[in-house]
Design a binder for this molecule. Structure first.
Ligand SMILES: *[C@@H]1O[C@H](CO)[C@@H](O)[C@H](O)[C@H]1NC(C)=O
Length: 870
């Protein structure tokens, strides 16, 4: 028996065993296991009686199957049996307030489950996929299980669309809040207090209908602004205290049901919006330990208020601030209350040690505001016009946008206005002649002034500093153009060489021979050359499928009719690098089998010829279907087909990344390495660049190989190889799938030719996505939503910081719900986990024994080494 056959046998054995246990287990068996796992019998339970008579166990009268179990607050300890998931009719399981420990069982595929109360126990771990396929789940509560190992809110939960209550406070949750809370039309209660959630509030939560919203006391703290809550109009209770939120309190005037608002212990800044004090149902509000500014808010007397004494309100009592203070705070508001201002602009006297402010000798009136060179962004508030004594206003060298407010022209004493080197837009208001205004280095503004529109009147000349700023800009532009031209020429040469290599954009010298896989454990199938000669009609021109850097790929037809793809290495390639790739690919493909990886059927070594034989993929590459479908006579792919292809590819890569003994990095994921079969299902091909993933979490450095346009930045610049290199490249493929544009398209203008750069720009302005979508898709609303989610994922996969990119498991989970046949494929997933063998994939069996040479690869390699020496 070969290794392969043994595995197959073992697998079948396991499968039949699990089938046996499935078919003979019924509710009684599961209930007796539940009974046995619990340390002392719950009151009213007896193993000698029918389980349907046990106290707080309810069975369906007609079928006799268990529908509800309630063991709340019974002081029971012990563990739950993994068979619990077989209680197919169970609707409600309630185990609150006990001492249950050990791993939680899986509840996957319990299609009737509606209520699951697991709170206040001592569970230690959560199995992956534990809530997969529970479409009717309404209430889930796992709060107060502080002993749990860290876990993340699973993205597949999006399938449980009936969710009404999700409570998981003090339950060791880590990671980001998933961006899917707009997908639960009935979700009202979300409690996630006392976990270690990080990152921002996702925008989708703003479209949810949540009423009871607890995210307080995250260990490291959630960050970003709390702006999204302004659109959560159903909110009644909001607990966001003890996090790391920044920015101002948004306008909550639409949240008319809000009665309890807890925002203490954050980094919130800015003026408390007046609308907050007018909320009709507010009873309880806490704002302590923030950096709030401006007037102390005044709430109605039935409201219980805690403001603390570490905020920076202008006075100790409610009421308006000094006009100069009000004006300056309004200006700070235009900049989003940067922390440097929030920390310094305290109290009710702007002449009292406020940073960036100079007053007259009497210390009464603000004469100079100098905020040059502070990296501020935002707009210039018209409120500046209230600083009537202002003489000098320096806002130069920031990133300010929008126009210069016309009201500034009314400042009676203004002498100097320096707004140079920002991104301000026209029109330039007409200032009196006495004002010395500098506005150089604002490209938009300068353009209009130069073309005469909005030209300042006489006396408004640019001063020296803005002239030199202009010179500087010109010099920078010239330098950038020169660099771009050099890079472009360089890149052209590079691409020319690549084109000769067909679909494999790397040059042989870039392959590091010493890092190839160890080939000593290989037991591939050696195939006689005569068989391949016959199959390809002696490698005739007609059977050429394509040609690559180190050889030609032929279509072969075996005696039994099976089609195969035969890759024939160039003779010259036999010597060093080509052979290394050859060995690498055989070594790799003989170790792994997965339905989303193109399978190696066998190999052949004959004199100096080396051939690899693969399963034949009839529909060519994904690239053909996306970019050249007309030329190849294909229909454009539908969105469903595209997502399904993406999901297939993601699972292929996930498999490579997660093999138990040794995981691999593909390093050359791209649309021309993704092949499609008759059913337009995808497999990943070309494993010549595959590398072993480093054993620990760190990266290895290597010479860069791969394809321009798909290279992760850290890999391109430093040669660092981690699995995230594949995640990045996969993200680029997602972008190609969405836009129908190539990763690099030299025929397009500069700003659009590099897909990743262009796509990130598009994504930042979400309403632009529509324009970026491949015109052949023409999505309806539902499809567009699915495209938006995938677009978001693509952006996530291609973030510059490799540690911010998701892993492939996450990618698979996100894509799954959009793909074709998602559910029905789950059993095969289990097959993969078993040993990486797929029943449909015993491809070497397509040969009869006489065509297979009985050689182990060790011998073949020996011969190879010998021949390579000549
Ligand atoms: C969280 O759970 C742990 C362990 O069960 C407990 O000790 C701790 O007090 C809980 N924390 C909160 C804030 O309830």
């Amino acid at each position: 028996m070969t290794y392969h056959q043994k595995c197959l046998f073992l697998y079948r054995l396991l499968l039949s065993l699990s089938f046996l246990s499935l078919s003979f287990s019924d509710d009684a068996t599961v209930m007796s296991k539940l009974f046995a796992g619990i340390s002392q019998p719950p009151s009213g339970w007896s193993i000698s009686k029918d389980h349907c008579t046990w106290k707080n166990v309810q069975c369906d009268k007609s079928t006799g199957s268990v529908v509800s179990i309630n063991l709340d607050y019974q002081s029971i300890s012990g563990t739950l049996p993994s068979e619990l998931t077989q209680l197919a009719s169970l609707r409600s399981l309630s185990l609150r307030g006990n001492f249950l420990s050990g791993s939680l069982p899986s509840f996957a595929n319990m299609s009737n489950l509606e209520e699951l109360y697991l709170d206040n126990n001592k569970f230690s771990s959560i199995p992956s996929g534990f809530l997969l396929g529970v479409p009717n789940l309404q209430t889930f509560n796992i709060s107060e299980n502080g002993n749990l190992g860290p876990w993340q809110i699973p993205s597949y939960l999006i399938e449980s669309t009936n969710l009404n209550v999700f409570h998981a406070s003090n339950a060791s949750i880590t990671g980001a809040i998933p961006n899917f809370f707009d997908s639960f039309p009935t979700l009202q209660n979300l409690r996630l207090s006392y976990n270690n959630l990080t990152g921002p509030l996702p925008w989708s939560i703003g479209r949810s209908k949540i009423q009871n919203f607890w995210l307080d006391n995250q260990f490291q703290g959630l960050s970003g602004t709390i702006d999204v809550i302004s659109s959560m109009t159903r909110l009644s209770q909001v607990w966001l205290q003890a996090n790391a939120f920044t920015g101002p309190i948004p306008d909550l005037s639409k949240c008319v049901n809000l009665f309890d608002l807890q925002l203490g212990d954050n980094q919130l800044t800015g003026v408390v919006p007046v609308s907050l004090t007018g909320l009709p149902n507010l009873e309880n509000i806490r704002l302590q330990n923030n950096k709030l500014l401006g007037p102390m808010p005044l709430f109605g007397n039935k409201v219980k208020v805690i403001l603390g004494d570490t905020n920076s309100f202008c006075k100790d009592t409610p009421g308006p601030c000094d006009p100069q203070v009000t004006a300056l705070l309004a200006f700070a508001g235009g900049l989003g209350y940067p922390i440097t201002l929030a920390q310094s602009w305290k109290g009710n006297d702007a002449c009292q040690n406020w940073a960036f402010i100079t007053c007259d000798p009497q210390g009464k009136n603000v004469t100079t505001v100098n905020l040059g060179n502070q990296r501020f962004s935002g707009t210039i508030s018209p409120a500046f016009s209230q600083l009537t004594s202002l003489r000098n206003l320096y806002l130069n060298d920031n990133n300010l946008t929008g126009p210069i407010p016309v009201s500034l022209t009314t400042l009676p004493h203004l002498q100097v206005l320096d707004v140079s080197n920002n991104n301000l837009s026209p029109p330039l208001p007409s200032f009196p002649p006495a004002v010395n205004i500098s506005f150089g280095g604002n490209l938009l503004l300068e353009k209009t002034v130069a073309t005469g529109r909005g030209s300042p009147g006489s006396g408004q000349t640019e001063n020296g500093s803005s002239m030199s700023a202009r010179m500087f800009v010109v010099v920078v532009i010239v330098v950038v153009i020169v660099v771009l031209v050099v890079l472009f020429v360089f890149y052209k040469c590079y691409m020319k060489r690549e084109h000769k290599r067909f679909g494999r954009a790397k040059s042989p010298e870039k392959i590091k021979s010493t890092q190839m896989l160890k080939t000593n454990e290989i037991m591939g199938t050696a195939i006689k050359i005569q068989v391949l000669e016959k199959a390809t009609n002696f490698f005739s021109e007609e059977s050429v499928l394509g040609s690559g850097g180190y050889g030609v790929v032929y279509l072969g037809k075996l005696d039994n009719g099976t089609k195969v793809a035969v890759k024939k290495m160039k003779d010259g390639a036999t010597h060093t690098k080509g052979m290394n790739e050859f060995q690498a690919e055989i070594a790799f493909l003989s170790k792994v089998r997965h339905k989303n990886l193109v399978a190696l059927v066998g190999y052949c070594i004959n004199d100096h010829k080396m051939l690899l034989v693969y399963e034949y993929m009839s529909h060519g590459t994904l690239g053909h279907h996306l970019f050249e479908w007309k030329k190849h006579g294909f229909d454009p792919l539908t969105w469903k087909q595209r997502v399904t292809i993406a999901w297939d590819v993601a699972r292929g890569i996930e498999y490579l990344h997660s093999l138990t003994h040794q995981s691999f990095i593909h390093r050359d994921i791209k649309s021309s390495n993704i092949l499609l079969n008759d059913d337009i299902r995808a497999k990943v091909a070309d494993f010549g660049l595959v590398k072993k993933a480093p054993d620990d979490k760190s990266f290895v450095e290597t010479r860069v190989a791969g394809t321009f346009g798909y290279l992760a930045p850290e890999y391109a610049t430093t040669g660092r190889v981690t699995k995230k290199v594949d995640v990045y490249a996969f993200g680029v493929v997602l972008m190609e799938i969405i836009t129908g544009k190539k990763a690099v398209d030299e025929t397009l203008p500069d700003e659009t030719c590099h897909l990743v750069t262009w796509f990130h720009k598009i994504i930042r302005k979400s309403h632009n996505l529509q324009k970026a979508i491949d015109p052949t898709l023409d999505p309806d609303e539902q499809t567009f939503e699915s495209i938006s989610k995938v677009a978001e994922l693509a952006a996530h996969c291609t973030t510059n910081k490799y540690y911010r990119r998701p892993n492939m498991e996450h990618v698979v989970n996100v894509l799954g719900p959009f793909a074709h046949n998602w559910r029905s494929l789950r059993p095969e997933e289990i097959v993969e986990k078993f040993g990486g063998f797929d029943l449909n994939m015993s491809l070497p069996l397509v040969f009869d024994d006489s065509s297979i040479e009985s050689l182990s690869f060790t011998n073949a390699q020996h011969r190879l080494n010998q021949s390579a020496q000549f």
